[in-house]
Design a protein around this ligand. Structure first.
Ligand SMILES: [Zn+2]
Ligand SMILES: [Zn+2]
Length: 265
């Protein structure tokens, strides 16, 4: 088992990096990557404040637990605030905000905040999606992060009635157009079970139709739990592997011996 999208107390996670390492060893993980939220201008509520302290702590753990588990020093950077690439062993590039008319609103912090995002577009989910994906894909193509984080995060709260996005053909057309742009970057797409762990969704990001497109284009994928606590490091990975095999995927990407490589699912 492997897990590379993991948050600790050094950003908005519940457990310290060392508690997470111990839990990972206990659970039999071969490799574990930390990806705390990179410093984000304009929203200090959830991100790391002292990047150097984070780097020191992960480096200390890499040494202390060498021989027991492979540890990696990643970061989840927001599209708004890219970090210094050399400081990290990999970058997960994510988009957590809507930016419009000088306003910056998180898309995923609460259903209430999502409603405010929607109001910026006069309640039109397709216009919201268009803006979100346009910004995100511009960042992806320019920056080429190693891994694209939760590509369709805007659908986080939509699953109960699927009213705005998941059963809206206009939205589907927008999302499919942009996933085709994003996959040209050559980046690895994550299949992220984080919202399932939080009880908000039953399926991982990205949505199934987007996964079929990724499969058709032979895009590399990586399993992610987006874990914010030590007991969800590989949340629903077994079920997700079966789901991905049903879609036609045969390989998953892992970071092992300091390189990304594809292994059997
Ligand atoms: Zn994220
Ligand atoms: Zn995350």
């Amino acid at each position: 088992m492997y897990s590379y999208h993991v948050h600790s107390t050094l950003s908005d996670g519940k457990h310290t990096p060392e508690e997470i390492v111990k839990a990972a060893i206990e659970a039999g993980l071969v490799a574990l990557g930390f990806s705390d939220h990179g410093f984000t201008d304009g929203d200090l509520s959830y991100c790391m404040q002292d990047e150097d302290a984070y780097i020191r702590e992960i480096n200390r753990l890499k040494e202390a637990y060498a021989g027991q588990i492979q540890l990696y020093r990643g970061v989840e950077e927001d599209a708004l605030c890219p970090r210094q690439r050399e400081k990290f062993e990999y970058i997960i590039g994510s988009c957590h905000y809507i930016v419009k008319d000088g306003k910056l609103l998180p898309i995923d912090s609460s259903p209430e905040c999502f409603e405010q995002c929607l109001l910026l577009f006069d309640g039109d989910p397709v216009a919201l999606a268009q803006s979100y994906y346009q910004n995100f894909c511009a960042y992806i193509c320019r920056r080429k992060p190693d891994i694209i984080g939760h590509f369709d995060l805007i659908t986080k709260y939509d699953e109960p009635d699927k009213r705005l996005f998941l059963e809206n053909p206009q939205y589907t057309a927008v999302a499919e157009t942009y996933v085709l742009k994003a996959l040209q970057s050559g980046c690895i797409f994550e299949v992220n079970t984080g919202a399932i762990a939080r009880g908000l969704r039953t399926a991982p990001y990205p949505q199934e139709n987007l996964l079929y497109i990724l499969r058709k284009h032979n895009v590399p994928i990586i399993l992610s739990s987006d874990s914010h606590q030590a007991d969800t490091l590989t949340f629903r990975f077994d079920e997700t592997k079966r789901y991905l095999k049903d879609i036609g995927f045969q390989k998953q990407t892992v970071l092992l011996d300091n390189a990304f490589r594809e292994i059997d699912l």
